[in-house]
Write a protein that binds this ligand. Structure first.
Ligand SMILES: [Zn+2]
Length: 184
């Protein structure tokens, strides 16, 4: 007979990544590059956010940055030393820098970004020996789902452009250029 799952078993990385993927889908619905993030403290989600660069007209409004601000507010502290961040795509250098500043404990991401990733894909700012904090990294969690979302988004963007709707929100010509994702 199969053992029933333990009630005290902590939620897995997959569990929280699914919540980050839900955030990414919200981004896609708003014409934003579909990337989502959540921050977990003590087994509880304390921040959730999706990429809002186009909506807020702010190139720093990446999912991770928005989630960090929420988490700092929830913790009433900028030190997030017991917090873990889940994000659907490898953090860029800006976000990786912010994660180190906030002293996040673990960073768990979906697909890697070999062209511009700041968590080992291109640079590894999360574990730079000269910085005063290093994050643990768990790559590749539900990466296929994350890649599928990004691919579908950019395929649709290309199609709309081809159909002459290039000025639709978030789908401006060259919108892809601002995003370094060049995954499989
Ligand atoms: Zn970023």
């Amino acid at each position: 007979m199969m053992e029933p799952p333990s009630l005290i078993e902590p939620p897995s990385d997959d569990f929280f990544m699914r919540e980050a993927l839900r955030q990414a889908r919200k981004a896609a619905k708003q014409g934003e590059v579909p990337i989502g993030a959540v921050i977990v403290h003590d087994g509880r989600v304390i921040a959730r956010a999706w990429n809002q660069v186009e909506t807020l007209k702010d190139a720093t409004a990446h999912a991770e940055m928005l989630a960090l601000t929420q988490a700092e507010s929830a913790m009433e502290d900028w030190r997030l030393t017991e917090c873990d961040l889940y994000v659907t795509k490898e953090p860029c250098p800006m976000c990786a820098g912010a994660l180190v500043h906030c002293r996040v404990r673990r960073v768990i991401f979906g697909c890697a970004d070999p062209k511009g990733g700041g968590a080992g894909g291109f640079w590894n700012l999360l574990q730079a020996p000269n910085l005063n904090h290093r994050c643990e990294i768990t790559p590749g969690v539900l990466a296929d789902e994350s890649v599928a979302l990004l691919k579908a988004f950019f395929a649709e963007a290309r199609q709309r452009r081809a159909e002459g709707q290039a000025h639709a929100k978030g789908l401006k010509p060259g919108a892809e250029d601002g995003m370094v994702f060049d995954g499989p």
